[in-house]
Write a protein that binds this ligand. Sequence first.
Ligand SMILES: *Cc1c(COP(=O)(O)O)cnc(C)c1O
Length: 413
Amino acid sequence: MERTAVLEQFDVMRVRKDFPILTRTVNGKPLVYLDNGATTQKPQQVIDAIVNYYTQMNSNVHRGVHHLSQLATDAFEVTRHKLQPFIHAAHEHEIILTKGTTESINLVANCYGKAFVHAGDEIIISAMEHHSNIVPWQIMCEERGALLKVVPINDAGELDMDAYRSMLSDRTRLVAMTYVSNALGTINPVNEIIALAHAAGAPVLLDAAQAVQHLTIDVQALDVDFLAFSGHKMYGPTGVGVLYGKEKWLNAMPPYQSGGEMIKEVTFAKTTYNELPFKFEAGTPNIEAGICLAHAIDYLMDIGLDNIARYEHELLDYATQRLLRIPGLRIIGTAKEKSSVVSFLLEGAHPYDVGVILDKLGIAVRTGHHCTQPLMDRYGIPGTVRASIALYNTREDIDALVAGVERAASMLI
Ligand SMILES: *Cc1c(COP(=O)(O)O)cnc(C)c1O
């Protein structure tokens, strides 16, 4: 594939041309899409790939000898092949294709739990986790008789690293933390989190659902044991996600679901399991999404994650400064290291009402607890209004948001 040397300077207007949905109107106003933390829009390259799949190669994968099945299988495996350098994995077979972050974390909670967690063991998570990185551990801890420990945060939304250090012990069986908080935007000090866990003999799972689309990730440099993320938040299709796992852990874990694809040989007396990665990929996968994720990866790599990070960070600073000038507006999540999320409250207004007024103006944000109810409880608030930034957002989008919030303030307060 030819690398177009796009964007020495980040050319956001050119990027926007790749996203056809951005030209539509909502409630008679140009769409301002600032709900990227929930899901991102898709570039034409990904949309074309979806159409191409169904018009040219629809067929089941890893099965038939016929031509279409070969085409589909090859295209599906191209995605795994591209994911390896994308996250700098040592081996392609360390990449398991799942439905998304949620399934990736459930897989580890189930399979790692069965193999390694016993009564009296401890799992460590943090106070800022998404429900997807809380509930699977709660269930697993209950089943295995283990204890779930939660690292607290300070008011800025940063992990209390002293508390974390003091929680680690030889009872710690795994640490599961988010790389970037979906509700606060905090970028956690993952290098230190991993080094400390390893010193205590515990592996680490990172929830990278809000990280892969914003930051360059190198699983080997991080020395992370498991990494989970979703295709639909990184400009790819819904219904596909990734679990990276170090080979030694994946080999030591029992399969997740069972059925076709994950087996080597089945008799009624005994079944032997397939090799990695297929051991963890039972049944027909979401073939279309799996294939088309490759095009989202190409898209991100062509622009360059460092360019994206730099641009988005500038936009985040701009949004933060402008929003803070609105009287009565309070930002929730003021960590020193942040990425792409501004969560806020307007004093005297319910987040939901602010969201409804913004929607009338064509501005899409998310309101509520953002699947982080314990975190909202920590702040003693019902939820926030969250604007989350992607590579196609502009200063004009932020200006529209600020004008919309000012309008909401004048109506609600
Ligand atoms: C979205 C999200 C998830 C869940 O991802 P799904 O795609 O819904 O499986 C988990 N963690 C974080 C931090 C998220 O933002």
